[in-house]
Design a binder for this molecule. Structure first.
Ligand code: BMA
Length: 348
């Protein structure tokens, strides 16, 4: 095994007492708790957890903890429920939130999946307290999921990464821009799913919101592999240019985290790890990654952001697209040159 492959396998470390939250911890009857967004509020970690009840539909519920690991205080009632009367696109529930603090507005954005009669779409809400939510309504039409804002404007416009499904079932990550968070356009294809035997062939999607680092926007994304016994959800890394996030600087060829422990391999949907939130402790450089395990419980893994960046800076440059079409329309394999540069050499 090369040292890069060894690094990939050890970047994330599971919390030994996983899962950290389960249905039986809930103050009201539910069947599964998973895919939580995460942020820091007044020095505490706040998770907005996707909760499914016996209707089969989901709502969001806040859980707070001082250390982000244990002693969670869970809201006694759903914190944000679907409101299909005023928002028909939420007919079949709301799912998989991502939270971003927008310094400019002094508000948190919550992008989430609204499950409409026409399919799942991306909706956006703003909140100042995680008690009331101002809905801005659907921002992307169906089928579209896995969306998050960048925390600041890029050249005067808000940017959102999201994942529409293309005809034929292929699902790639896109980036779109808006002057006001309401009207979105200038859509660009960002990161494409690979093909064939790759772990991230055919379907990928953003996991937690991108983290801005000196080296670029750090992206964790899921890749879905179709197998004879169903889908396998694993995670990979990419780095986007800080000033122009449409540019992909690096992408890992290997997946860096995948279902392994029993609570990830068995549950309502087996073989799924699905993070929607992470919190960076700026003092220690440790990341706490919160992920849904087998669509049943919520688990925690930790990682060092500098190790992740060191690893990424040794990954192939560019988007990792391996197949291109030549002028005559023939497919050709592009052999990429992997240039190893020390992370330190790239700092100004
Ligand atoms: C995706 C989303 C996630 C879910 C995953 C695995 O399409 O619906 O909420 O965790 O599938 O079932």
């Amino acid at each position: 095994m090369t040292s890069l492959k060894r690094m990939a396998a050890h970047l994330f470390e599971r919390y030994p007492h996983n899962p950290i939250l389960q249905a039986r911890d809930w103050p009201y009857p539910v069947i599964s708790v998973f895919n939580a967004a995460a942020t820091t509020v007044d020095g505490e970690t706040l998770l907005l957890v996707r909760v499914e009840d016996r209707t089969g539909m989901s709502h969001l519920c806040a859980a707070r903890s001082k250390d982000g690991i244990q002693d969670w205080r869970i809201d006694p009632h759903p914190t944000m429920s679907a409101e299909p009367d005023e928002h028909p696109e939420e007919l079949w529930g709301i799912e998989d939130p991502r939270i971003v603090w927008l310094e400019e507005l002094q508000k948190w954005s919550v992008t989430y999946v609204a499950y409409s009669e026409g399919g799942p779409l991306v909706s956006l809400a703003l909140t100042e307290d995680f008690k009331t939510f101002k809905r801005l309504g659907p921002v992307m039409t169906p089928d579209d999921k896995d969306a998050s804002l960048l925390h600041r404007k890029i050249d005067g416009r808000w940017a959102m990464i999201h994942r529409p499904i293309s005809p034929g079932g292929q699902a790639h990550m896109w980036i779109s821009y808006s002057p006001d968070l309401k009207h979105w356009g200038d859509h660009k294809l960002l990161l494409t799913a690979r093909r064939g035997g790759w772990w991230d062939a055919n379907k990928i999607g953003l996991c937690p919101p991108p983290i801005e680092t000196k080296e670029g926007w750090l992206i964790l994304y899921h890749g879905v592999r179709n197998t004879a016994s169903g889908c396998l959800y694993r995670l990979g890394l990419a780095l986007l240019d800080r000033d122009d996030p449409c540019k992909i600087l690096r992408r890992s060829d290997d997946w860096v985290f995948g279902p392994y422990e029993l609570y990830e391999r068995a549950g309502d949907v087996h073989d799924v790890v699905f993070p929607c939130g992470w919190v960076l402790d700026e003092r220690t450089g440790r990341i706490r990654l919160y992920y849904g395990a087998a669509d049943t419980t919520l688990a925690l893994a930790t990682a060092d952001i500098n190790e992740i960046l060191d690893y990424l800076m040794q990954c192939p440059r560019g988007s990792g697209a391996e197949i291109q079409t030549d002028k005559e329309g023939r497919r050709q394999t592009i052999i990429r040159e992997t240039v190893i540069i020390k992370h330190a050499d790239l700092k100004e």
